[in-house]
Design a protein. Structure first.
Length: 274
């Protein structure tokens, strides 16, 4: 996939007379990407709008909002416009706005490595320099109802179709291999440490919660165990998504992982065939 660079604009006077970009494309959360002439600042016709997409921009910080939302919106009441911007994100993150867990996303694309980062690719910042994008959309305030227009524009830019569907997908399932309770809690202060794979005096479901939060494969707990656990897997569940490594860490507690196909509601991103 070639990196797109495009700018579209609809203005109330001829484009060449109304809008111009700086010599460099500089994204700034404090001001629009373009400088406007005086008549545009008031936007009396209410038609002022543009969309801009570029590749990664050095020194531009991604938006980090509440609940991991990765975009922001700003209203200019004087001009009657709303500007939405997102910076240095993967295609997957642009489409999901940071609100959907990786384990809920199904990529039907030719090259998944261009859509989402995986620790096996090495440095995340180096990966983003090749596969990250910046996007900015400005519309009349009344034109942006919900997220449909924004999502539709992003999907068109990357030639993909994104939606929620029930699919049969590969699922990792946690099971017990014996009746022994090698992981039974002995009391103490509750501790959930996915970075070191340590769970003390907590429910076994927390193992799955960590893997579902960061891993690309859906996870189910089918142990049926209701008591609290003490487990030290010695594995970073935020970054280790290797099935064999996880199985080995669990097996010393008479736990295991199996792979089966299960029906789940997934956010499907499909690349259009050219």
């Amino acid at each position: 996939m070639k990196k797109p660079f495009f700018i579209t604009a609809i203005l109330f006077v001829a484009i060449s007379n109304c809008i111009y970009a700086q010599n460099e494309i500089n994204f700034d959360p404090q001001k629009p990407l373009f400088k406007f002439q005086n008549e545009q600042l008031t936007n009396e016709s209410g038609l002022l709008r543009y969309a801009a997409l570029t590749g990664y921009r050095e020194g531009v910080k991604p938006v980090q909002g509440q609940f991991n939302v990765n975009f922001e919106g700003y209203n200019d009441d004087k001009a009657g416009t709303r500007r939405i911007y997102m910076y240095n994100l993967s295609i997957q993150d642009m489409l999901t706005h940071g609100l959907i867990k990786p384990s809920q996303i199904l990529l039907e694309v030719k090259d998944p490595s261009k859509f989402r980062y995986d620790p096996k690719y090495g440095s995340e910042i180096e990966w983003l320099r090749k596969n990250g994008y910046c996007y900015e959309l400005l519309l009349p305030i009344g034109a942006l109802k919900g997220m449909y227009i924004l999502d539709n524009e992003i999907q068109k830019a990357f030639n993909v179709w994104a939606r929620w569907e029930k699919r049969n997908v590969k699922t990792w399932i946690l099971v017990r291999t014996s009746s022994a309770e090698k992981f039974k809690a002995s009391g103490g202060v509750p501790l959930k440490d996915p970075i070191h794979g340590i769970y003390q005096n907590v429910n076994i479901a927390w193992i799955g919660a960590s893997l579902n939060e960061f891993g690309p494969t859906p996870f189910l707990d089918e142990t049926g165990y209701k008591d609290l656990i003490n487990i030290n897997l010695g594995v970073n569940l935020n970054t280790t998504h290797d099935f064999t490594v996880l199985r080995k860490a669990l097996q010393k507690y008479d736990l295991d992982l199996k792979e089966e196909s299960r029906e789940k509601l997934m956010f499907v991103i499909t690349e259009a065939i050219k």
